[in-house]
Design a protein around this ligand. Structure first.
Ligand code: RB5
Length: 148
């Protein structure tokens, strides 16, 4: 299961990615928004991040205008590793090295084809573990230090 959410700035790309993921055989939960009315991206970042942390979805995708606000918001939730990417190399590394459980995209930055390429590269990659797990463990320690 993949949970996907956006604000108004990411709505068109969310619709396109929803179709792409369904065509690829993934089950998708759409956390909104579902109109072009102006909304606040942290609300949708929270919904998607909480669904991933609760195990309702293995992975999440978030889209706002630039992707910046969504990545800042989602990364506030302990256990979330949200990666804002703009090219295929970054998308692949987000999984192989960072084990990103949320991919973040900019709806006003990417065209539909590029966005599908980035999502595909992220989904097709695998976490390499080893020294990268040690680094993620250090991030978890930072969360524990500052979230009390
Ligand atoms: C909304 O206008 C815009 O600020 C939002 O989509 C996003 O780009 C924030 O980072």
């Amino acid at each position: 299961m993949i949970v996907i959410g956006s604000d108004h700035g990411g709505l068109n790309l969310k619709t396109a990615l929803n179709s792409y993921l369904t065509r690829r055989g993934y089950e998708v939960t759409d956390a909104g928004t579902n109109s072009d009315a102006s909304v606040d991206y942290p609300d949708f970042g929270q919904k998607v991040a909480e669904a991933v942390i609760a195990g309702q979805a293995e992975l999440g995708i978030l889209i706002c205008g630039t992707g910046i606000g969504m990545s800042i918001a989602a990364n506030k939730i302990p256990g979330i590793r949200a990666a804002l990417v703009t090219d295929v190399f970054m998308a692949r590394m987000a999984r192989e090295h960072n084990n990103a459980n949320i991919l973040v995209l900019g709806g006003r930055v990417l065209d539909e084809q590029k966005a599908c390429d980035l999502v595909g590269a992220w989904l097709d990659a695998s976490f390499e573990g080893g020294r990268h797990q040690n680094r993620l463990d250090k991030i978890t320690s930072l969360e524990q230090k500052y979230n009390n």
